[in-house]
Write a protein that binds this ligand. Structure first.
Ligand code: EPZ
Length: 430
């Protein structure tokens, strides 16, 4: 089992390039099968979740051609099956995007109930409500979600909660439905907008993505396109927090600064300097940072996917901070691990009360999920001495070359496999 070995205590300094957004890429890959022509997708992150989805796309008969590490061509004309049930696909949440894509194109789909990071109960009632509103019959049978329709007809759909996944799935199911679909209380996340832009470049007619009312006029078919995935807001935010927590100076390139506003605002508030240019953001932390309050909210609020990373930063800041998680109920599982590094955090319901400590001390910890795993790596980089982070398979779901990128910023971090390699790392970094 691979682990990250880290020797912490030095500031991260330098420049780093951000890759394509995992969560946009997952939606776009699924939507790419909705035409019979060849779609070219650039800036595709090479991470575990996108690779699993590509495998699922191949498993139903589509042709996947990896042009280079970050460019993939997909041709959905050879799809001969609408059933996705292999065990490996359960591992990713975004498997359910194939429901919307297959239902939208073939009017039928059967996809295994999704798994994904264990960050709380993750129902799919809103997705099902949306499909049903468009005329599909949806049921669960033998562990599969089965959706089928004679015809899909546009409808007015109000989402009771803001859901990224339901918004994306309903867009895909509606894009070739008859007439107009209106989604109200839609998610406004950058990856929803990216998916809509991608589908529009294939001939879809989607208006209002990025606002809470999305209007989709069904078209009869979609065509080929070439499209580049937006930069990853959360990867960028993670490096911003790594700069802050290690009191570093990092320029994060290939970003859309607008997508990072809620993160930049919090870092400014706690005492970082932030410099923005057209496609880069620099974070400088030259002194001990201050406390603040953070509440996770749908975009443009502070992202739940950045909650563990900012908590790790605040746990080193002066005074008492309060972090409230309002999207997923089980996203504080890293707190026990962080406590072993010296943090002082008390969780009450969906709130963490954080008393800042001046330093962490290195420890052996386990990544409980993707973002919490990245946060523990940040803690290890800020800590005095050695840390080991187990279960990095979670981190690899969403961060491409995480350790290599951190090394470029001067971090002492290496992927190791077992005690021998760990000892070798310790000897090397001293
Ligand atoms: C997406 O998950 C992301 N995943 C998550 O990223 C992210 O944390 C989340 O959006 C919130 O931004 C992908 O894009 C693949 P939701 P998703 O539907 O779509 C409730 C990461 O680390 N809800 O917006 O599953 C739900 O329980 C991951 O990259 C219902 O009640 O999230 C939650 O409280 C983890 N019924 C809230 O809505 C439903 O049918 C928001 O969830 C659907 C959701």
């Amino acid at each position: 089992m691979e682990q990250y070995a880290i020797k912490g205590g030095s500031p991260l300094v330098g420049e780093i390039e951000i890759g394509g957004a995992k969560n946009a890429a997952l939606a776009i890959l699924a939507a790419a099968i909705m035409t019979d022509e060849t779609v070219t997708i650039e800036n595709m992150p090479d991470v575990r979740d996108t690779n699993v989805l590509l495998r699922a796309i191949e498993s139903v008969g589509a042709v996947v051609n990896r042009v280079d590490r970050h460019t993939v061509q997909i041709n959905g004309s050879t799809i001969n099956d609408v059933v996705i049930e292999d065990d490996y696909i359960k591992k990713i949440r975004a498997s359910y995007y194939l429901l919307g894509a297959l239902l939208g194109k073939y009017k039928k789909a059967q996809v295994v109930l999704p798994g994904g990071c264990n960050i709380g109960s993750r129902p799919i009632d809103l997705h099902i409500k949306g499909f049903k509103a468009l005329g599909a019959d949806v049921r669960i049978a033998h562990g599969l979600i089965v959706a089928e329709a004679e015809r899909l007809v546009g409808n007015h759909i109000y989402l009771d909660m803001v859901s990224v996944g339901a918004t994306i799935n309903i867009i895909m199911a509606a894009v070739m439905a008859e007439g107009q679909t209106i989604i109200e209380n839609a998610a406004k996340e950058p990856h929803v907008v990216d998916l809509a832009n991608f589908l529009n470049s294939m001939g879809a007619n989607i208006k209002g993505a990025g606002t809470d009312v999305i209007r989709i006029r069904g078209v009869s078919k979609l065509h080929k396109t070439e499209y580049s995935v937006i930069p990853d807001q959360i990867e960028a935010g993670t490096f911003m927090m790594a700069a802050a927590a290690t009191k570093g100076d990092v320029t994060i390139k290939n970003v859309i600064p607008k997508h990072l506003e809620s993160i930049s605002a919090k870092l400014l508030e706690i005492g970082c300097e932030i410099e923005e240019s057209d496609d880069a953001v620099r974070v400088v932390a030259s002194k001990r940072l201050n406390h603040t309050h953070v509440k996770t909210l749908p975009y443009p609020g502070f992202p739940t996917d950045m909650q563990p990373q900012i908590a790790v930063t605040l746990a080193l800041s002066e005074g008492t901070s309060i972090v409230t998680e309002s999207i997923f109920e089980n996203r504080f599982k890293y707190v026990d691990e962080l406590t072993r590094m010296g943090a002082s955090i008390k969780v009450e319901g969906n709130t963490a009360i954080i008393d800042g400590v001046p330093k962490y001390t290195g420890a052996h910890v386990s990544a409980p999920d993707l973002r919490a795993g990245a946060a523990l790596v940040i803690a290890g980089l800020a800590a005095d001495g050695f840390s080991v982070v187990d279960d990095i398979v979670y981190i690899e779901r969403g961060y491409e070359d995480f350790d290599a990128k951190l090394r470029r910023l001067g971090a002492d971090i290496e992927k190791v496999d077992g005690e021998k390699a760990l000892q070798k790392f310790k000897l090397k970094v001293g």
